[in-house]
Design a protein around this ligand. Structure first.
Ligand code: PHE
Length: 472
């Protein structure tokens, strides 16, 4: 059976943007920004997107397009080593882990959308009366599990339909709808009283917050940058594996990063003015995944035409979440299709059943949910991307340069060598450092010692790879 490919270039870009734009931008980004100093976080996050995210995205694209395989087959075939294939299996685990918690959040959103939509005719949505209590009641337990299954079912349906008819067709409709609705909401939010306080919290840059909290901000900002660009899970390897022609990967990668970041910022321009217009200061709403959710629902309840606005908002979030969740499910599905020649349909059903179970565990146990959505996912993505980068830098080497430069002009060609150096040396070091800092190592033993350990770990990984693969 011939392997599937994207029908058009735009289709690929939209699918990748669809994967990137999701709950990471809308739910996680404002929450993380609020918790980590507002605009100071924004600056560090933007810098990491540019300096780590874009080169990292290109690394995943290079692996995917070169091999035309999903991560396990890609790493194994390009290196000729089974060890690397085993490293690829990590991405299958990461895909399943991601969707297990993501589908629960998707379920919450779906519930709020249905509740708001139904209330368009009739009374107010139930969550208007007491948003905190409502969220507490539906965010875990049987309700959360049922809506998780519904969201997962929708995701599976799209992936079931295949690369062109499902993912490409779906994202072509969903992404423009997300942007149009968000622009409308942002314009409307600007007319709300006290919106200016929201903009200032979000956009006014205060260097002292940055310099005082730089290292505390670094870990969450890096985690957020990887999460939002769908990096480290092999999603972008898998999507690029369906590319069959030569086109400029640096161009596509930059376009995807710019679009994704714009949607993130646009979401901030909706969320922060709205919260401030209702007298809610996000820095004070406490921590936890539900905090901002509750704040927004509260803001909607105060507004004229609040139900309509809420319906539009949750519709955006549902579409954005679906176009990301399909990219998570595609990782293990592509693995089964590529490696075992299982039919796509059966692969979707098998993985769907598995994630129905793992997601239900997250739905019933908020403690497990919190661990999976935060620490575990951050660690898997950071470690996963570090492995992909080392692979590109040390195993692919020249081949990576060839793949990077195919279809680019002379400007793009001049970027190839600095890119390979960054990808092979600097960025893995940075990622190992952030990985250690996520576990509090830097706080425990100090900054320079942590840098030292990160350097030693990277060098050890390098020599390990050298021995495992005669190619370098
Ligand atoms: N980028 C997606 C979002 O922002 C999440 C994601 C992470 C998707 C990793 C695929 C892989 O919601």
């Amino acid at each position: 059976m011939a392997r599937e490919t994207w029908a058009t270039r735009l289709g690929f870009i939209l699918a990748a943007v669809g994967s990137a734009v999701g709950l990471g931008n809308i739910w996680r980004f404002p929450w993380q920004t609020a918790e980590n100093g507002g605009s100071a976080f924004l600056i560090v996050y933007l810098a990491i997107v540019l300096l780590v995210g874009v080169p990292g995205l290109l690394a995943e694209f290079v692996i995917g397009r070169r091999s035309n395989k999903s991560p396990v087959g890609a790493l194994r075939d390009l290196s000729g080593s089974k060890t690397w294939g085993a490293v690829g299996v990590f991405s299958v685990v990461t895909g399943i882990t991601l969707l297990s918690f993501y589908s629960v959040v998707g379920g919450w959103i779906l519930r709020y959308l249905l509740e708001s939509g139904v209330s368009l005719v009739g009374s107010n949505p139930a969550y208007f009366a007491n948003p905190g209590q409502y969220f507490g009641g539906v965010s875990a337990g049987v309700d959360a599990a049922l809506y998780h299954l519904l969201f997962l079912g929708l995701t599976a349906l799209i992936v079931f339909a295949g690369v062109r008819k499902g993912i490409e067709f779906g994202t072509k409709i969903m992404m423009p709808a997300v942007v149009v609705l968000l622009v409308g909401l942002a314009a409307w939010a600007a007319t709300q009283p006290n919106a200016a306080a929201g903009y200032s919290f979000f956009l006014r840059f205060d260097p002292s917050v940055l310099s005082e909290n730089f290292f505390a901000i670094l870990g969450p900002a890096a985690g957020q940058a990887l999460f939002t660009l769908s990096l480290g899970a092999g999603t972008m390897i898998t999507y690029a594996s369906y590319l069959d022609e030569d086109r400029s990967l640096p161009f596509d990668g930059s376009a995807i990063a710019v679009l994704n970041t714009s949607v993130g910022v646009l979401t901030g321009l909706v969320v922060f003015p709205l919260l401030f217009s209702q007298g809610i200061n996000p820095a004070e709403t406490g921590t936890g995944p539900g905090a901002l959710f509750v704040g927004l629902a509260g803001a909607f309840s105060q507004l004229p035409a609040g139900t309509l606005i809420a319906t539009a908002f949750f519709a955006v979030v549902t579409l954005a979440a679906l176009s990301s969740s399909i990219s998570m499910l595609e990782i293990p599905v592509a693995f089964l299709v590529d490696e075992y020649e299982i039919e796509r349909r059966n692969a979707v059903i098998g993985m769907g059943v598995l994630i129905a179970i793992t997601g239900s565990i997250c739905a019933f146990r908020p403690d497990i949910f919190g661990f999976v959505a935060g620490t575990l996912v951050n660690a898997l993505l950071t470690a996963g991307l570090a492995a992909f980068l080392l692979f590109v830098g040390w195993v692919m080497g020249r081949d990576a340069i060839d793949e990077f430069t195919s279809g680019v002009g002379s400007f793009g060609e001049s970027l190839a060598t600095p890119w390979l150096f960054a990808v092979g040396v600097i960025l893995p070091l940075f990622l190992v450092f952030t990985l250690l800092s996520q576990f509090g190592v830097d706080a425990a033993i100090g900054f320079w010692k942590t840098v030292g350990i990160a350097a030693v770990a990277s060098v050890a990984a390098f020599f390990g790879l050298r021995n495992a693969n005669s190619v370098i």
